[in-house]
Ligand binder design. Structure first.
Ligand SMILES: Cc1cc2nc3c(=O)[nH]c(=O)nc-3n(C[C@H](O)[C@H](O)[C@H](O)COP(=O)(O)OP(=O)(O)OC[C@H]3O[C@@H](n4cnc5c(N)ncnc54)[C@H](O)[C@@H]3O)c2cc1C
Ligand code: FES
Length: 278
């Protein structure tokens, strides 16, 4: 049933101060933001915030840092249009409006004690980084952790400093692939789906978490099902056009779900028959 009561906090925009920016690629920029008084955003991995600039507009952006980082949070913004281009002009010391966090996020408590297979494609690494770092910071709460990462070319690889660290951990299995390599790349070349057949997992105790461009889902999910992972243990994060973020405008509707509230995280069994979902 949809929530009908309006909470003041859902409309309230807090003024976030940009502490640090980092141009990651020509199109992607990282922002570290603090809320007034160092208040914690108190988000779950997989949730998003509505970021606004006065006179320009508002856009949903996933929180990329782990909730274990308390006094500030990180967003990575790809320059796509009006709001995101204006955001790219901002630097440390500037202010942005922050509403949220919104969405359901990944079901952390439910995942505890199980093995995780995390599959991220392209910009999907941005929200997925939050759950990866949360898992690493609470490593004893989870079983085997496997991370598969794919992107178009080595230059598109975000957070290579962190992915290097994940790669060197003994308690995490990490594999990365690019669609097209270059002269310096000596890693895997091929689509992210090419990494799945080679991994060993116990399907009954494995939860797969998938986030990436729309085209990726169908093919990745088919491979996960071939591996025997049950449909209800395949968790996807979907992206839809959003306006309000709080289930009022209908912009993000997928059949009977509002992506902003019922999602953006769904288990595959819930959405597999909804034509427009994947
Ligand atoms: C839950 C959620 C989490 C997101 N997380 C991130 C994130 O972490 N980092 C990030 O860079 N972006 C993220 N996005 C996408 C981001 O919200 C859009 O790129 C942004 O709204 C574009 O706003 P704009 O005003 O700059 O572009 P506009 O001027 O509104 O549009 C520019 C172009 O992008 C298209 N577009 C706009 N929104 C979307 C969308 N949601 N999906 C596909 N195409 C779109 C438009 O049709 C247009 O062609 C997320 C979206 C959702 C729904
Ligand atoms: S964004 Fe308005 S209903 Fe979801």
């Amino acid at each position: 049933m949809k929530k009908t009561a309006l909470l003041e906090s859902e409309f309230k925009t807090k003024v976030g101060k940009i502490l640090r920016t980092r141009q990651m690629t020509p199109l992607e920029k990282l922002f570290e933001i603090a809320l007034p008084g160092g208040e914690s955003l108190d988000h779950l991995p997989g949730q998003f915030v509505m970021v606004s600039l006065l006179g320009v507009g508002e856009a949903p952006i996933s929180v990329s840092s782990s909730p274990t980082k308390r006094r500030s949070f990180e967003l990575v913004v790809r320059k796509a249009g009006r709001v995101t281009t204006a955001l790219h002009r901002l630097e440390a010391g500037d202010e942005v409006g922050i509403r949220g966090p919104f969405g359901n996020g990944f079901p952390i408590r439910y995942l505890e004690g199980n093995d995780l297979l995390i599959v991220a494609g392209g910009l999907g690494i941005v929200p997925i980084r939050s759950i990866i770092n949360y898992t690493i910071d609470n490593r004893r709460d989870f079983g085997k952790v496997t991370i598969l990462l794919g992107c178009r070319t080595p230059k598109d690889l975000l957070f290579s400093d962190e992915t290097d660290k994940w790669n060197h951990r003994l308690d995490v299995m990490f594999e990365c692939t690019v669609d097209r390599g270059d002269a310096e790349w000596d890693g895997n070349v091929g689509l992210i789906t090419s990494l799945i057949p080679g991994i060993t997992l116990e399907p009954d105790r494995t939860f797969a978490i998938v986030c990436g461009p729309p085209i990726m889902y169908k093919f990745v999910i088919a491979k996960l099902l071939e591996k025997g992972i049950p449909e209800r243990q395949i968790i996807v994060s979907l992206e839809r056009h959003m306006k309000c973020g709080i289930g009022k405008c209908g912009h993000c509707q997928i059949h009977n779900y509002y992506c902003c509230q019922d999602g953006p995280v769904f288990t595959y069994d819930k959405i597999k028959n909804l034509e427009e979902a994947i």
